[in-house]
Design a protein around this ligand. Structure first.
Ligand code: SF4
Length: 677
């Protein structure tokens, strides 16, 4: 008789929802994954990719089960299994040579947001690299850096309203967030609000599923958000609909902001944004007439040259209309600030003074820079698949192909990036170790214990770096802490909202609500944590540092016929699940019917997307959901799905956002060439 057991767990993927899970295990193998009701927001529902794909991610053919050394050409994926001892000895020997010749900063930890738990996310790893003296890495430019800088310029690090409050909003503005894919659990709350009469506005270049349900869909040209925000602000001023008393008490630089906004009439905005004048008037009237209003801004609007400016202009509207203070009014953002995460958890004090910090987007250029001092002699890739997710894929592959670069890879699967590693270390999945989970989309603190043993010889990230630390002779207590001790160290459990002595006292089928009714949020008990203590529509700090005191609009220099948007997919979380057979459907390019007719294309036809950087061949799906002149291809595909050996990231340019020095995925431009089968 098979042993069937069901365990509680938590989904830690790079997704705001951080769902509570119920995992059925049969004879030590994950058989079924469903949502559990422990988390009241996610309430038993999870996305298809985790329900369908997680068993394959844990036990499928791409799963790494043993340490390996490279035996083929870099990128070819030819490896030989070795023991953990040999793998760790190899790293120790090579790192010792590199440190002797170039110093420890020649080694770079190349990680991003694989698992979002506080242990899996890399606490022990960062302790190790800080103690080693490796280069520091600024990771936010890859995603959400421009959004964070935009938010912080207005409000500082102060949380907005929790998601449940949307049910009490009368106007809900979803700006650049395809919530049915990227924030699944907002949908039922919005529907409840709509039943109670709330108006829903969706701003998105694509007519997404939630846009179909809206009262007003503004399908603007990608990258023109800042113009829309300015034009609505100016129109509200013209209508006398600004909350002058709120502005006087709580906003900094409103007059300067409005002066620039007046340069964007509704007519001009209609031309730049590609929107109908009547729709713009309706949006302004909704802001004028309906309150309380809640604004939700996704990361979509940040992924272009005007990214932070667009988000600042979106957040300016609730400030200018004084939409704060009552339930259902405000901005739904910055939920990480609810969590009493310990700032010293990664032991930043171990990092030697003067350690350089490299922008994660610059790492391929630095690897190939012969003048860089100290040079990059090794990258340690973990919780990251840079070949699949960075802009300029060709440059990343060129960099990782450098024959004398010593690359260590640590992952749960043989990804496109692991194929370039000299040493591959098999990591355990989040179902195989204990962890503590904050969220960036809600306020519920959760915890999980392992539900199965580590698959093969894989080990949790914490244990891998514990062993590496031991191999390097790091004996401090911070390197010998057990996972249970790490869970205790991750969070301030004595916070009055938690009131526990240790992590283990939080049940694995329980959550702690860190924002119960009455919790202070922005302008409801908490002032903005900005230099002026007000919402800074004009930021002197940004003016002084980069001339962006006010948001700017920069038109895109056109070089190709189509704009190419690469949004989140409902089949992957970034590149996670890319190698899972159950989700491995063909990636397609979505195109407007008029564009398709002009090029003689119909659904199913193969087409080449190309620019000066590369080319990708895909099949066309013709749909009126996308704008004229804009193509949609979901991000995160793996190379093996592509007949050109490149994925969509090969077409993404290298220029940066206005703030945060971030990636401009949606400034990609391509031409298309119809192909025959
Ligand atoms: S990816 Fe997001 S929606 Fe899906 S199970 Fe994980 S947290 Fe929930």
């Amino acid at each position: 008789m098979a042993a069937v057991q069901t365990f509680p767990s938590v989904c830690p993927l790079d997704c705001p929802d951080t769902c509570s899970l119920s995992v059925q295990v049969v004879d030590g193998v994950v058989a079924k994954v469903r949502g559990s009701r422990a988390n009241p927001l996610t309430a038993g529902k999870i996305c298809r990719k985790v329900a369908v794909g997680l068993p394959g991610l844990v036990h499928g053919e791409t799963r790494l089960r043993e340490p390996q050394l490279r035996r083929g050409k870099k990128g070819a994926g030819v490896f030989e299994p070795v023991s953990w001892e040999v793998a760790l000895d190899t790293i120790h020997t090579r790192y010792s040579e590199i440190i002797e010749r170039h110093g420890p900063q020649a080694i770079v930890p190349f990680n991003y947001a694989g698992p979002g738990g506080l242990l899996g996310g890399g606490a022990m790893a960062l302790r190790f690299f800080h103690r080693l003296g490796a280069s520091g890495v600024l990771r936010t430019p890859l995603c959400a850096g421009a959004s964070s800088e935009a938010y912080e310029s207005l409000f500082g690090d102060v949380p907005g309203i929790p998601p449940e409050e949307l049910a009490d909003s009368r106007l809900i503005v979803i700006w650049g967030n395809n919530i049915t894919v990227s924030s699944l659990h907002l949908t039922p709350i919005l529907r409840r609000a709509r039943k109670r009469g709330a108006k829903l506005v969706v701003i998105d270049p694509k007519r997404t599923r939630i846009a179909e349900e809206s009262d007003l869909h503004l399908g603007l040209v990608p990258g023109s958000d800042v113009v829309l925000g300015y034009a609505i602000a100016a129109e509200l001023d013209r209508l006398g609909a600004l909350d002058r008393a709120f502005i006087a008490a709580n906003a900094e630089g409103a007059e300067r902001y409005l002066e620039r906004a007046r340069g964007f009439s509704l007519e001009r905005a209609g031309e730049i944004c590609g929107l109908a004048l009547d729709d713009l008037r309706m949006f302004a009237e909704l802001w004028s007439d309906v309150r309380p209003a809640a604004t939700i801004v996704g990361v979509g609007p940040e992924r272009n040259r005007n990214g932070a400016g667009g988000i600042r202009a979106a957040y300016a509207l609730p400030v200018l209309t004084g939409n704060f203070g009552v339930r259902g009014a405000g901005v739904m953002a910055a939920h990480s600030a609810f969590f009493p995460t310990r700032a010293d958890f990664t032991c930043p004090e171990l990092m030697p003074e003067g350690t350089r910090e490299l922008n994660i987007l610059d790492i391929p250029d630095h690897i190939l820079d012969h003048e860089l001092s100290p040079p990059i002699e090794s990258v340690f890739i973990f919780n990251h698949n840079p070949v699949a997710v960075h802009p300029r894929q060709h440059r990343m592959r060129e960099a990782l192909s450098r024959e004398d670069l010593f690359t260590v890879g640590c992952d749960i699967a043989m990804t496109d990036s692991m194929a370039y590693a000299d040493v591959v270390l098999p990591a355990a999945t989040h179902l195989e170790y204990a962890d503590v989970f904050p969220s960036y989309g809600h306020q519920y603190l959760q915890r999980a214990e392992p539900v199965i043993d580590p698959v093969g010889e894989s080990l949790p990230n914490s244990e891998i770096f514990r062993r590496l630390a031991r191999r390097f002779g790091f004996k401090d207590d911070v390197f010998t802490a057990s996972d249970a001790e790490l869970c205790d160290q991750a969070i301030d459990w004595s916070d009055p909202r938690i009131g526990l002595r240790s992590a283990s006292l939080l049940g694995v089928d329980d959550v702690i609500d860190l924002a119960p009714s009455g919790t202070a949020t922005i302008f409801r008990g908490l002032d903005p944590d900005t230099p002026s203590g007000k919402a800074e529509l004009y930021s002197k700090a940004l003016e002084d540092s980069c001339g962006e005191g006010l948001p700017s609009y920069r038109p895109l220099e056109r070089s190709h016929a189509f704009l190419l948007v690469s949004p989140a997919s409902d089949r992957r979380t970034n590149s996670t699940f890319g190698g899972v057979a159950a989700l491995d459907e063909e990636t397609a390019v979505e195109m407007n019917p008029e564009d398709a007719a002009r090029h003689g294309l119909e659904s199913g036809r193969r087409v080449r997307l190309s620019n000066q950087q590369g080319e990708v061949v895909l099949r066309v799906v013709v749909t009126p959901a996308v704008r004229l002149g804009t193509l949609y291809v979901p991000k995160g595909s793996w190379l093996r799905t592509s007949e050109t050996g490149q994925t969509i990231n090969a077409l993404v340019p290298g220029h940066r956002t206005d703030l945060g020095d971030g990636a401009c995925y949606n400034d990609a431009q391509v031409d298309i060439t119809p192909l025959r089968d």
